[in-house]
Design a protein around this ligand. Sequence first.
Ligand SMILES: Cc1cc2nc3c(=O)[nH]c(=O)nc-3n(C[C@H](O)[C@H](O)[C@H](O)COP(=O)(O)OP(=O)(O)OC[C@H]3O[C@@H](n4cnc5c(N)ncnc54)[C@H](O)[C@@H]3O)c2cc1C
Length: 446
Amino acid sequence: MAVTDVIGGTGGRGSGGPWRNWAGNVTARPARVAAPASTEELAAAVRAAAADGLTVKAVGTGHSFTPAAATDGLLIRPDRLTGIRRIDRESGRVTVAAGTPLKHLNRALAAHGLSLTNMGDIMEQTVSGATSTGTHGTGRDSASIAAQITALELVTADGSVLGCSAEENPDVFAAARLGLGALGVISELTFAVEPEFLLTAREEPMPFDEVTDRFAELVAENEHFEFYWFPHTGNCNTKRNNRSQGPAAPPGRVSGWIEDELLSNGVFQVACAVGRAVPAAIPGIAKVSSRALSARTYTDIPYKVFTSPRRVRFVEMEYALPREAAIEALGQLKTMMERSDLRVSFPVEVRTAPGDDIALSTASGRDTVYIAVHMYRGTPYQAYFAAAERIMTAHDGRPHWGKLHTRDASYLAEVYPRFGEFTALRDRLDPERRFTNGYLRQVLGD
Ligand SMILES: Cc1cc2nc3c(=O)[nH]c(=O)nc-3n(C[C@H](O)[C@H](O)[C@H](O)COP(=O)(O)OP(=O)(O)OC[C@H]3O[C@@H](n4cnc5c(N)ncnc54)[C@H](O)[C@@H]3O)c2cc1C
């Protein structure tokens, strides 16, 4: 095991300097950093930290905007706890080490002719980091990545290793699939996978009024529907992904590069930077950029359709609302922005998920719509996010655990019927709060 004692905050991400998240808005100065390469080494690192009175936090790739992974105790890096451990094609189960990046999992599965059923927008995150905060894509029938977990292995506060599934420690399994790192450190995850399939993506601009009028129909008729609304305009881009018999027809190399790299990253980066320098220019830029992406259709394997590179840095807040509140909340968001002097260059993203059975899943027990607001990094976001958050919380919204919000345990206990079940389990598994940090004290209570 690689262990570094950190004095004065060196040795976080990369060499030297504190640990920072992707967005650059969270910094941590861990007292110690470890990079275990096996479950045994991980358990030994937890026991050693306990003996020294240090708290413990595993990090993924730091793609959370909240300080969910921040620690001043022992920081456990994912880098050496990676790789596919078992593939069982018969039962459609794949077991991976907890630090495996989703992109490695997706490529390894593709090499075996297998795939996850659904996933989010990017695949940089680790499997354990992504599932611990409830990372999701959009789906009519298929839910978040955590909902695709069938078993997991957890190193608990006393350094013991607990196997969990629907049959083994089912009470822990019900909560630890989305555990916020509060119940222990996950050492491996088993996912349900299926034979690789093809998805046809249909991207199409559509006016805001039409998307919102037809929202229920678009969700019902498509396996995966999402849309982006460009503030200061009445323009949206819609995306419908549905399974297809093929043949595969990926975007052409040039047109794919223009849409995915130039317009979604390169030109968009410039537009955001201009908007940050001259906010008054943003509505004009939004009108142009919302029309730049054109309709297109392509067919490819799932991860190539679901995910795309995100190189423009931003901060984000996302709320999960009861599905039936979608149109009213979106209308209120649009009206709020029209009446304010806010200037926002990033689109609002709208996705869905079916209700699931995980205690702290943002879709726990209810069909859900996700509404996400973003702001280009370095632009003041507080006024925008606060105004949006007022609208979302008035609809009993649940904030994404990895994205900015201001909610605390007393609010969250109201909107999660199974909140008490989770905190009771935390009291049992981690009575001394070995795995706590400031964020967990905020959202779960002491
Ligand atoms: C560009 C970008 C795009 C995004 N797209 C989406 C999206 O499409 N959908 C969506 O829902 N979210 C999305 N997110 C949010 C992101 O998926 C989540 O915040 C996710 O948790 C980040 O994973 P990570 O590996 O970086 O984990 P981190 O952010 O490093 O950690 C997240 C949490 O996981 C815990 N953790 C990590 N490893 C372990 C372990 N082994 N055991 C126990 N706990 C552990 C950490 O302690 C922490 O609490 C996006 C974020 C960015 C920056």
